[in-house]
Design a protein around this ligand. Structure first.
Ligand code: 1GP
Length: 240
């Protein structure tokens, strides 16, 4: 197995191997459910498990990840809504900066607050430009971050935001329609962004069918994240 997670993602992109992660929200998943849920995940071709949520009670993520780790070898990447969700029990953290918004709390404040934890941690830190795009409903990310998403029609602004993320030194760009979105990120946006940037592109939010999943890959997503569709139907990824 490759050493670094970022290195694995970059190599996969170069080789045209598409990646998939399941997002588990510690607030919605009880500890009792973890063994069965993880068994399902172990049986599909999932590259990573993401753990995180917009609002998670302190201590819950730590317990959730350490329990997950008892049942799988799949690497766990934290996808934190805030710095209190950091835990040493995971393998890596997406060090997110909400670059679609203009709220300093999620552009730099949360990142500064996480430093006391991260400087003594072995977590791999992956700098990520996080771009929230209107997914048809007001999402928790929008509510909690108190920022507005970019509209799906703002193609140039989305592309420039992604490219600015790369110029700022981010290693990944994440196009996020928000968990439970009724409209996933349009393939045309994925295509334009993926053509513009050199770094790997993650896409998530509102992907509920295999067709949408394939559309995202075909448009240029290197990595797709599925949350709700798997939560509602643990068989969703069978055969993938
Ligand atoms: C990950 O927030 C998404 O980017 C997950 O969204 O729950 O809609 O799949 P869903």
């Amino acid at each position: 197995m490759e050493k670094g997670i970022l290195q694995y993602i970059v190599t996969s992109k170069k080789q045209g191997r598409k990646l998939l992660a399941i997002l588990l929200d510690p607030d919605k998943l009880s500890l009792d459910e973890i063994p069965n849920t993880i068994e399902k995940i172990n049986n599909c071709s999932v590259d990573f498990i993401f753990v995180g949520g917009s609002t998670v009670e302190i201590g819950t993520t730590d317990l959730c990840v350490s329990t997950i780790k008892n049942y799988t070898k799949i690497r766990v990447i934290l996808f934190p809504g805030d710095y209190t969700q950091l835990t040493h029990t995971a393998d890596a953290v997406l060090f997110l900066s909400l670059v679609s918004g203009r709220n300093p709390e999620y552009l730099i404040e949360q990142q500064v607050r996480s430093v006391d934890f991260l400087k003594i941690s072995t977590l791999e830190i992956i700098p990520t430009g996080y771009i929230l795009i209107d997914g048809g409903v007001e999402t928790a990310t929008q509510r909690v971050s108190n920022t507005l998403p970019l509209l799906q029609t703002e193609l140039e602004k989305i592309t420039n935001t992604a490219l600015a993320s790369q110029f700022m030194g981010k290693d990944l760009v994440y196009l996020e329609a928000g968990s439970g979105a009724t409209e996933a990120v349009e393939p045309i946006i994925i295509k334009q962004v993926s053509n513009a940037i050199d770094i790997p592109l993650i896409v998530g939010g509102g992907i509920r069918t295999k067709k949408q999943l394939n559309n995202a890959y075909n448009a240029g997503a290197d990595f797709v994240v599925i949350g709700t569709a798997f939560e509602e139907d643990n068989e969703f990824l069978d055969g993938i």
